[in-house]
Design a binder for this molecule. Structure first.
Ligand code: APR
Length: 189
């Protein structure tokens, strides 16, 4: 079982825990397009940040699915929250995988634009939005690994999985990708 991978300058790691406890530069919220809060990760982040977070997000004009917007972190340990909107899973909709990849990629791009060097992701879309974890894990990890191969900005990209089964599925997927030799062995420590 693999829970860590070095890709050039970036350490990609998988932990089981609570995203609101992370002290990375930014934590990513699994938001909805209104950016006005919700349950799951969204509820936990808004509870942890306090009311000033909603005061900021309600002036952002929402966020398209597959996109991401940044705010302050307020009472959270993380200085920033990057609000990413993943897709609602639909079995026969070919655009859904690309929208999930885009939610991760745009979050990373927004972090680069704000000179961040560490970021923590939840498992976007695998809760209320119903995305099968094994399929989402493959998309999430491939997207992040490809980004780390092309951008050396991040020292740390962390996935914070709330429950053990989700953590285990992400680790199995990371082992498969890393073992699959999909990229030069020099990327793997
Ligand atoms: N830390 C880390 N992961 C968490 C936490 C937490 N505190 N709370 C929940 N999770 C996990 C869930 O177990 C799931 O694996 O995050 C994953 C995503 O679940 P959701 O939060 O339901 O997010 P998502 O599936 O993207 O649905 C987004 O739900 O809360 C609403 O406003 C949100 O409408 C949006 C929708």
């Amino acid at each position: 079982m693999q829970s860590k991978l070095q890709v050039k300058q970036t350490t990609i790691e998988l932990i089981q825990g609570d995203i609101t406890h992370q002290d990375t530069d930014a934590i990513v919220n699994a938001a909805n397009s209104s950016l006005l809060g919700g349950g799951g990760v969204d509820g936990a982040i808004h509870n942890g940040a306090g009311p000033d977070l909603l005061r900021e997000t309600q002036n952002l004009g929402g966020c398209r699915t597959g996109d991401a917007k940044i705010t302050g972190g307020y009472r959270l340990k993380a200085k920033y929250v990057i609000h990413a909107v993943g897709p609602i899973y639909q079995r026969n909709n070919d655009s859904v995988p690309g929208l999930l990849a885009s939610a991760y990629r745009r979050s990373l791009e927004v972090g680069v634009a704000n000179n961040l060097t560490s970021i923590a992701f939840p498992s976007i879309s695998t809760g209320a939005y119903g995305y099968p974890v094994n399929q989402a894990a493959e998309i999430a990890l491939q997207t992040v690994i490809e980004f780390a191969q092309l951008n050396v900005q991040y020292a740390l990209i962390r996935f914070v999985l709330f429950d053990h089964p989700t953590w285990q599925l992400f680790c199995e997927e990371l082992s498969r990708i890393a073992g699959g030799g999909d990229y030069q062995s020099s990327d793997i420590v």
